[in-house]
Design a protein around this ligand. Structure first.
Ligand code: PEP
Ligand code: MN
Length: 330
């Protein structure tokens, strides 16, 4: 249930509603909004009586949430969530490009890529220091050394860093270095990791599991939100289907549907979704590597720097047209 407070309600009103929720053994999540404050209620096994809350001073309405994911739902928060990363915002309608190699491999590779990404106009640098690989014999990442190299690349370029945490043991370390902590497709249903990520004060980029339904995906996001971290960014990265012309199938159709039912921003990762650089520009956002043919992981999908610069220019042009169209219909 979401309890919408009246405009101008007092702090005492809010405290009274919060106590009423907690007295029932439930959790109250205060959700400050642009023009009103709401309190999300979670933990109730069945429907709650709206009257019990609408009776309290300062309450405008108490609305049951029909979706299984509560805090992630549009019913709970009709406004788009905007996540701040450094001086930039994700989810405010602007274009935001995260680019970089699959993995940090060495000092030159990540620095060279970061500088190329910066001049191509990327908004954030990505690269894994801890890698969840399908094979135990594949390169597993540089670990802490990779994080240090990412921090140096951030220092040189000013680009915020997006990097993955693969387990609870290293989550804290990753969060110390990262501007955005990525939780990958393989860990989307690692609920204990999600709960821990919910305690971080850093944004979390949650990638969709390759066989997760939209509901599975949003319930995974709910785990992070429910622990108190509201800064969750979704990412569609391709799902398993019967098609094998590309590595996965980019489920673009999940984007509008997710946005209907959920207020969190959503990215698309066309690199992992296709696994082939030829298919990436068409699918719209890139992974980069200075010499992809020698990459230790996912080189086949990495664009060359020049290809990336061209793609970013196209994306900016498309974003400008879409923004103009949005202006026109307003
Ligand atoms: C990655 O971003 O490098 C990655 C491993 O992605 P995914 O979890 O989507 O496979
Ligand atoms: Mn990868």
């Amino acid at each position: 249930m979401v309890i919408v407070m009246k405009k101008g309600c007092t702090r005492e009103d809010l405290a009274r509603v919060t106590s009423a929720v907690e007295d029932l053994g439930l959790r109250a999540h205060v959700l400050p909004g642009v023009d009103r404050t709401a309190i999300g209620v979670t933990g109730n096994p069945g429907p709650l009586d709206p009257d019990a809350f609408e009776r309290l001073p300062g309450v405008a309405r108490a609305i049951p949430v029909s979706q299984p994911f509560k805090l992630a739902s549009r019913e709970m928060n009709p406004n788009d969530t905007v996540v701040r990363v450094g001086k930039r915002a994700i989810g405010d309608g602007g274009l935001f490009v995260i680019a970089g190699p699959c993995a940090v491999e060495n000092a030159d590779q990540i620095m060279e890529t970061a500088l190329a990404m910066k001049s191509a106009g990327a908004d954030a640098l990505r690269g894994g220091a801890f890698k969840p690989r399908s094979s135990p014999y594949s390169f597993q990442g540089l670990g802490k050394e990779g994080l240090i190299l990412l921090a140096k690349a951030r220092e040189a370029t000013g680009l915020p860093i997006v990097t993955e945490a693969v387990d609870q043991a290293t989550l804290g370390l990753v969060a110390e270095f990262a501007d955005v902590v990525q939780i990958g497709a393989r860990n989307m249903q690692n609920y204990e990791l999600l709960k821990r990520a919910g305690k971080l004060a850093k944004p979390v980029l949650l990638k969709r599991g390759m066989s997760a339904t939209l509901e599975d995906f949003l319930l995974a996001a709910e785990y992070v939100l429910a622990e108190g971290n509201p800064h969750v960014i979704l990412c569609e990265r391709g799902i398993r289907t019967f098609s094998h012309h590309n590595r996965y199938t980019l489920d673009l159709s999940v984007v509008p549907t997710a946005r209907e039912v959920c207020h969190l921003p959503i990215f698309v990762d066309p690199s992992h979704a296709t696994g082939r650089r030829e298919a990436v520009p068409a699918m719209a956002r890139a992974e980069f590597h200075p010499s992809p043919d020698e990459a230790l992981s996912d080189g086949r999908q990495a664009l060359r720097p020049q290809q990336g610069a061209e793609l970013f220019a196209q994306l900016r042009a498309i974003a400008a047209i879409v923004a103009r169209k949005a202006e026109a219909v307003r």
